[in-house]
Design a protein around this ligand. Structure first.
Ligand SMILES: Cc1ncc(COP(=O)(O)O)c(C=O)c1O
Length: 392
């Protein structure tokens, strides 16, 4: 999105204006929801040559194009493909680059369903996955083989929030011709500009902060010039399209995303500091905390932190954790995150991490801090900790 006289608009301006042109929609501010499958052609010749701006709804509508354009702009990408969920965006990105006989490198801290996709789908094409320590940095060079087509990253890591040195990994991967993919859902391009940092394919589960309301599923893959054509073609071949209402809601979400993210950041960081000082808590996993092992990389590469982080409790029984969580009034228990409401889920990655050891002494919890009054959230957790202590 360029200024008329040249140069670029600021990020907030882009968020408000990207992907929409009121002059093309009778002056209405928002791109309308185009529902449809069939596109009619004005003539035999136009149909035979497919000479039309839109050809069939799976290939794009004004609504889907608006979200693709906006995300491309915001991400600093060459193009964006949509998918009906975050996980389907992961699958799309992966399938756009791999071929039978390839090798892929995946961070051990990856979102667990990505791991299942590699184990149960990629193996069917003879594609081998090697997991690596998320803290490996430039050391990834030692694991890259001649047939390594993708180095998959995610920062911070799923559940345990390890920070990855993406520029160092990208440099090593590119030196050997491998593509760098990143699940950037946590930071979004607003807090981590993936393509400027060397990422070729960036995945965003729009289900989280684009929605902001826990009311839809969406996936987006933005691509650098190198990967754009093959990503777009793979998208067309799978024809796995999101519904127009969900696309519309994501466009609406984008306009206020920065404000929401800053609020989640502020609330979560304050909550993380409060939890760090609690006697029941052994450690807080949040890269924006000075005490976090990933803090230096976060400070160097990231412009902010979102609302998701984890803690390890001091040793406590299952019953004690259940008593703490079951009685919470404001924190919901459920998967996903990124909505306006606060959430908490217990987790334990010990059984499926394969390269790094995850052996916490106590139970672990992941929080998403929503937009409620922070004092109310603290009071809810404070009462939870009282139940925890009473049940040990
Ligand atoms: C980091 C990350 N990536 C991807 C996804 C998948 O998104 P979706 O739930 O839309 O499939 C999730 C969902 O929790 C996630 O946490």
């Amino acid at each position: 999105m360029e200024k008329r006289g040249g140069g670029h608009w600021g990020e907030r301006t882009k968020l408000v204006h990207a992907g929409r042109d009121p002059s093309e929609q009778f002056g209405f501010v928002n791109t309308p929801i185009y529902r449809g499958s069939t596109v009619l052609y004005p003539s035999y010749d136009a149909l035979v040559s497919k000479d039309s701006r839109y050809t069939y709804a799976t290939k794009g509508t004004p609504t889907t194009e608006a979200l693709e354009k906006a995300w491309t702009d915001i991400s600093g990408a060459a193009g964006t493909a949509l998918a009906p969920s975050g996980l389907s965006a992961i699958a799309l990105a992966m399938m756009s680059v791999v071929k039978a006989g390839d090798h892929v490198l995946v961070t051990d801290s990856v979102y667990r369903p990505t791991r299942e996709f590699c184990a149960e789908h990629l193996t069917r094409f003879g594609i081998e996955t090697t997991y690596y320590d998320p803290l490996i940095g430039a050391g990834i060079a030692d694991l890259i083989r001649d047939n390594t087509s993708v180095v998959w990253t995610e920062a911070p890591g799923s559940q345990t929030m390890e920070m990855q040195d993406i520029p160092a990994i990208a440099e090593a991967a590119h030196a050997r011709g491998a593509v760098v993919a990143m699940d950037n859902t946590w930071a979004t391009p607003l807090f981590f500009p993936p393509h400027a940092m060397g990422v070729d394919l960036a995945i965003e589960a729009g289900t989280k902060y684009l929605s902001g309301g826990s009311d839809l599923l969406m996936g987006l893959v933005s691509a650098s010039e190198r990967c754009w054509k093959q990503l777009r073609r793979t998208y067309e071949l799978y024809s796995s399209c999101p519904g127009p209402e969900d696309v519309f809601l994501c466009l609406r979400g984008i306009r206020t995303m920065k404000l929401r993210l800053h609020e989640h950041e502020k609330q979560a960081l304050e909550m993380a500091r409060w939890l760090e000082a609690r006697p029941e808590v052994a450690r807080v996993m949040h890269p924006a905390l000075e005490s976090d092992p990933g803090h230096t990389i976060w400070k160097r590469d990231f412009k902010g932190a979102s609302g998701l982080f984890s803690i390890e409790l001091k040793p406590a029984s299952k019953q004690a954790v259940a008593a703490m969580l079951d009685g919470l009034e404001l924190f919901g228990m459920g998967f996903s995150w990124g909505g306006f409401e606060s959430l908490v889920t217990p987790f334990n990655c010990a059984s499926y991490r394969t390269v790094t050891e995850f052996a916490p002494a106590g139970p672990c919890l992941r929080f998403h801090v929503g937009l409620e009054d922070l004092d109310d959230l603290k009071a809810d957790l404070d009462a939870g900790f009282t139940r925890l202590r009473a049940t040990i």
